[in-house]
Design a protein. Structure first.
Lengths: 291, 323
């Protein structure tokens, strides 16, 4: 038991580093010094003294080392600064999309499980339809006809990611609906809303909530794929997916443009999945979620 | 069995119709005028187009008809594999897709084959000793593969094999022949390998732990016979795994084709999206849904044939892997 709790704490801390990084990025990576003297001279510069959009055409594709720890890209922008700022987009997209997906899934799952009958069948059909489309295809088709933006991407990802949560909540609600304690509450005159929110949902929601890290991980993957295809948040916002798309054309040179955003993406998704494993108290045994 | 088959087929058709309505609704509800864009020759905003020309263009492509009518017409034509002409080059959409499909099919089938070739033995080996060293290592590798975006995997392989070792071409084309296909196939296979290996491991481990396996051991069966029987007992879930693999591989192949600039259906979709080529996007979306639904229908029927209990069971057996 304590072992599992320790694992959960470790996984939680590892994951929490990313939102923290996203929040601190503008402070850590900026050209403006932290402390400057009266004459404008730098007394204490930021750890990464470059703006993510700071184009420097004299220093294009500088390899790692020297002033630019991870080198520069084809416009002479500091790779480390762009990776740090890119965390903001990925983390925000992951959090927003997975929260929306869970909310939508919980709402539809509750509706289907509680109402039953025709409503249930309608929700199940909707679920089938959404699952019939590979997530990326649906998101791309949507992104094609809406102006690419951060919000559109998050919304579309949520629209494809709600199905698992809906299934779990529906099953839970169905099972609880006929439990004795729910009957007892109903017999003592509890309203439908009270039955749902006080007696059923507190038991039906946790299994879906525990999948949040997995949903977040696959939302991050889908967002990155969308950005890689050029359908994510538009430039000049720093984005790991778009950085990788730009780096593709530089291959086989400029490996320092590929590795940092690639590794950052991997670490974010990996830590999210580890957190999910810790929640469920298992070590990557059964889970099988793909982007 | 016949009733089961018919019901499943009807449900699959209903699903496809729903997909059609969903995608068509999404597309028509979206802002932006496809006609204005396409008439400007692929979205060149510097060119101005007269209102008469726009109207003629809309009329030519039927974009001036009511939404419901367009939907019905389009559905009826889609049934006859007629998706109209591309807004990009005026060629029939069906012909453009037919040109791209062989590449995509070859890529996907080769990747699926490779993933199963490696993933099934790996899963079986891991399942023989749950918690053993091999199980832990393969579990970690699969976890890592799950967390790596497909296109990052592709870029890393490109970096290593085309950049540093120089054994494969950076950009594949007709001249590079099959060697240009190796990396895309390996990338896509690695992306689905984790799913196959983990799934086989879970199923076989469960089959090895059940009473039937103990009875076999009591009869004195050796490990080969034991594994063979365990595999057979888990064959019904394997069919479900096949259905779960298909959407993953389709999504993956869009990105892989983009990374390696292969002229497949995924590349066509990306291109059509940028040009707001409505007919092509709709046709490709529908095609991917048909593939997924067909795979899941086939999986359901195979499962039913292997395990008659599913025919009698409730009308919605779980598809894919339950969380």
């Amino acid at each position: 038991m304590t072992d599992a709790r320790a694992a959960l704490r470790r996984a939680g801390i590892a994951f929490a580093l990313f939102p923290l990084l996203a929040l601190l990025a503008p402070l850590v990576a900026r050209e403006k010094p932290w402390v400057s003297g009266r004459a404008g001279e730098t007394i204490l510069s930021a750890p990464v003294p470059f703006d993510p959009d700071g184009v420097d055409l004299d220093r294009r594709l500088a390899p790692p080392g020297g002033r630019h720890l991870l080198g520069t890209d084809e416009l002479g922008r500091d790779v480390l600064a762009r990776v740090l700022h890119g965390a903001r987009l990925s983390v925000a997209a992951g959090l927003l999309a997975s929260a929306l997906a869970l909310g939508l899934g919980a709402a539809l799952g509750t509706l289907a499980g509680w109402a039953g009958g025709r409503t249930d069948r309608a929700v199940l059909l909707l679920l089938q339809i959404v699952q019939a489309l590979p997530a990326l295809v649906l998101v791309i088709a949507g992104a094609a006809f809406l102006r690419p933006s951060f919000l559109v991407a998050a919304l579309l990802i949520a629209l494809t990611g709600w199905t698992d949560a809906a299934r779990l909540v529906r099953a839970g609600t169905q099972r609880l609906r006929s439990e004795a304690f729910v009957d007892a509450a109903r017999a003592s005159g509890a309203s439908d809303a009270r039955l749902l929110f006080v007696h059923v949902l507190p038991h039906a929601l946790p299994p879906a909530l525990a999948t949040l890290p997995y949903v977040l991980g696959s939302a991050v993957l889908t967002e990155a794929g969308l950005s890689f295809l050029g359908l994510g948040a538009p430039p000049p916002a720093a984005s790991w997916g778009r950085a990788l798309a730009e780096a593709r054309n530089l291959l086989p040179g400029a490996w320092w443009c590929v590795l940092p955003p690639g590794v950052a993406l991997f670490l974010l998704v990996f830590s999210a999945r580890r957190l999910g494993d810790a929640f469920l108290g298992r070590r990557g045994d059964v889970q099988s979620r793909l982007a | 069995m016949l009733r089961f088959t018919l019901r499943r087929a009807a449900s699959a058709l209903l699903t496809l119709l729903g997909v059609l309505a969903l995608v068509f609704g999404l597309v028509t509800a979206a802002p932006g005028d496809a006609a204005a864009l396409a008439a400007r020759a692929g979205g060149n905003r510097a060119v101005s187009v007269s209102p008469e020309a726009l109207a003629a263009f809309r009329h030519l492509y039927g974009l001036d008809r009511p939404v419901a009518e367009r939907f019905l017409t389009w559905t009826w034509r889609a049934l006859r594999l007629d998706f109209g002409r591309s807004l990009v080059d005026g060629q029939p959409v069906t012909a453009r897709i037919a040109r791209a499909l062989p590449t995509t099919f070859a890529l996907n089938l080769a990747a699926l084959f490779l993933a199963c070739l490696v993933g099934v033995p790996l899963g079986v080996a891991a399942a023989r000793r749950p918690g053993g060293r091999l199980d832990r290592i393969s579990g970690f590798v699969c976890d890592a593969l799950f967390s790596t975006p497909t296109f990052v995997l592709g870029l890393l392989l490109l970096l290593v094999f085309s950049g540093w070792l120089r054994v494969t071409p950076v950009f594949a084309d007709a001249e590079t022949g099959l060697s240009g296909f190796v990396l895309p196939v390996v990338t896509l296979a690695l992306a689905s390998l984790a799913l196959v290996a983990r799934f086989v491991r879970v199923c076989v481990a469960a089959a090895l732990a059940d009473p039937a396996a103990r009875a076999g051991r009591a009869r004195g069966e050796g490990p080969p016979a034991e594994i063979r029987r365990a595999l057979r007992r888990s064959s019904a879930p394997f069919a479900a795994m096949g259905a779960a693999l298909v959407p993953a591989v389709v999504s993956g192949s869009i990105l892989v084709e983009r990374v390696f600039s292969l002229p497949g259906a995924g590349g066509l979709l990306a291109e059509a999206v940028f040009a707001r080529d409505l007919p092509t996007v709709l046709a490709l979306t529908l095609l991917s849904a048909v593939v997924v639904v067909a795979a899941s229908l086939a999986a359901d029927l195979v499962t039913a044939a292997l395990d008659p209990r599913t025919v009698r069971a409730d009308d919605a057996p779980p598809r894919g892997i339950a969380p």
